[in-house]
Design a protein around this ligand. Structure first.
Ligand code: HEM
Length: 254
């Protein structure tokens, strides 16, 4: 046990922690995006999916706690490493300027922290549903006062008919997302949040491969490009949801 603690608190151990927790967060971000893209399918798809997740009960809480632990370790280990690097740097570089760095790599701490505040807002908005005027508990209101039901009945999940023994009334996740994004400030904040996520990942996705030793000189440029393409694909995927509501009124009553 002691050698493990010793390793995890060493510089290289912390780098591994940042990389592995980063990888877990990447898996979550991809999974959550795939779940969210069901917004473009008939509403019952994402409504049934949201209901399935909520009905996991204790398992959902276990996943939430694990996610919280992973995010916390990722942040604490990153801050500790940044402080160590600062302390180890004895003077200014002889050659001014940033070699091999990009806006994304230089702003990892800032983009990470703003991202964290976006995620906290997002959880209060869509999961805990306590943002004043956006509780989505009695009715789901769009900015111009159109009312959508806060609960709907579904008879299929992922195309498979549900048992007909009882009505399946579920939260209208599709309506909540559509109504939520009729507010330009909210839609704008989401697009900004996922822009930072894209920027963070466009650098971070490649760095974790480097930490795990999977990067040599020949792979360097390939990984940098792959990392950027991945980060911006994640941005486009997430941003397409608020964008489709604001620009094309997707999911709103005619
Ligand atoms: C346009 C962008 C996004 C949309 C439309 C969106 C949508 C949603 C919705 C609808 C829920 C609630 C599901 C339900 O209760 O039925 C949710 C939950 C959640 N989202 Fe997002 N999300 C977005 C971006 C993100 C990002 C970028 C992250 C993190 C990097 C994230 C992390 C979470 C987490 C942790 C939950 C809570 C899951 C739970 O514990 O129930 N989301 N999201």
């Amino acid at each position: 046990m002691r050698p493990l603690i010793f390793f995890l608190t060493s510089s290289i151990g912390k780098k591994y922690l940042v990389a592995l927790t980063g990888l877990l967060l990447i898996l979550f971000v991809v999974g959550h995006l795939l779940g969210n893209l069901q917004f473009f399918l008939p509403p019952e798809w994402i409504n049934a999916y949201g209901h399935k997740l909520q009905s996991l009960g204790p398992l959902l809480w276990l996943i939430r706690l694990a996610l919280l632990a992973v995010v916390s370790i990722h942040i604490v280990a990153t801050i500790a490493l940044a402080l160590e690097n600062k302390r180890a740097r004895t003077g200014r570089y002889a050659v001014p300027g940033y070699r091999a760095s990009t806006v994304a790599s230089r702003s990892m701490a800032v983009s990470g922290l703003i991202l964290l505040s976006f995620i906290i807002f997002h959880l209060l908005h869509f999961t805990v549903r306590v943002v004043p005027g956006h509780e989505y508990n009695k009715a789901v209101l769009t900015k111009d006062g159109k009312e959508l039901p806060h609960e709907v009945e579904i008879d299929k999940h992922w195309g498979i008919p549900l048992a007909k023994d009882k009505p399946h009334v579920v939260h209208n996740v599709h309506g909540m997302m559509a109504a939520g994004f009729t507010y330009p400030a909210i839609a704008g904040f989401y697009v900004f949040g996922v822009f930072l996520l894209g920027m963070h990942l466009s650098h971070g996705a490649g760095s974790f491969l480097q930490t795990l030793g999977l990067r040599n000189d020949r792979m360097r440029s390939l990984l940098a490009v792959g990392s950027r393409v991945f980060g911006w694909a994640i941005f486009i995927g997430y941003a397409s949801i608020p964008f489709s509501v604001i620009v094309f009124k997707h999911g709103l009553p005619k």
